[in-house]
Ligand binder design. Sequence first.
Ligand code: F6P
Length: 319
Amino acid sequence: MTRIAVLTSGGDAPGMNAAVRAVVRKGIYLGCEVYAVKEGFRGLLTDDIVPMNLGSVADIIQRGGTILRTARCEEFKTPEGQARGIGNLRRRGIDGVIVIGGEGSMRGALVLAKAGIAAVGVPGTIDNDIPCTDYTIGFDTAVATACAAIDKIRDTATSHQRTFIIELMGRHSGAIALAAGLAAGAESILLPERPYDLDDICRRLEKGRQRGKLHSIILVAEGVASAYEIAEEIKQRTKQDNRVIVLGHLQRGGSPTAFDRILASRMASEAVDLVLAGAGGKLVVYSQGKFSSVDIEYALSQPANFDDSAYRLTKILSI
Ligand code: F6P
């Protein structure tokens, strides 16, 4: 009998529950005792670790958020915090941990792996900014949510012939803004990965107005600047009124799409196999239609994916 644990950490992402369900069910199916660590790495420090059974994960596959709750735990970054967390796992005889979260969480998983715990990472973040995987759990849902919101804004923008500046999540990553912008037909998209030229954006606005466009949608990824600042700059240059909306944490909630549920279930299943094979320090990835794994250390040393061809296409399609 092997004891394994699962935790969710960092910003929550739709589909995390589907991943937790898959870890618990597959782990039990393979004869393991499965535990849940509450509130991410904080639960390791406070020893908030509970046994799971088949019923503990019933009726969660369709739910947003994470039933295990999550946290950004500064204390686990200290050697004392790490020693306490690792000590709690050892005392309970837990040999493997599946960490579901973003880049910071993968760094936490690496700490556990280096201490000899079979810790495996599952990429779960709406930001889609983990290298080596084409998708992270939650991204597809966040893009669908953002796209649906932009569609609604476009209705009123068209009626009033207005320009809207919409701020989307992504402190270091423009992935949501780029995908939602392509899906919703935004006029301009400002991303942290690329420089932007406000004069050019204003010229495009003016050109659109001249050819009879009834609205303009400008997307700003959170990491670029505040949408309010950008809106003010545009207003001063164009002498036209505009409106601002910040979608914020709305993008992190909601029922996961079928894609995210499937991605989560499959990645979590791979993670259980890796933990049972003793392959600590691995990150489950989905690339070119296949599930596999890479070393967490390698993944974290790689630049984040940026889809430059999608970016160029948004510019072409929004002329
Ligand atoms: O990592 C996901 C994310 O939603 C980012 O897009 C965003 O910048 C950040 O988390 C917000 O974090 P918090 O919920 O701590 O404000």
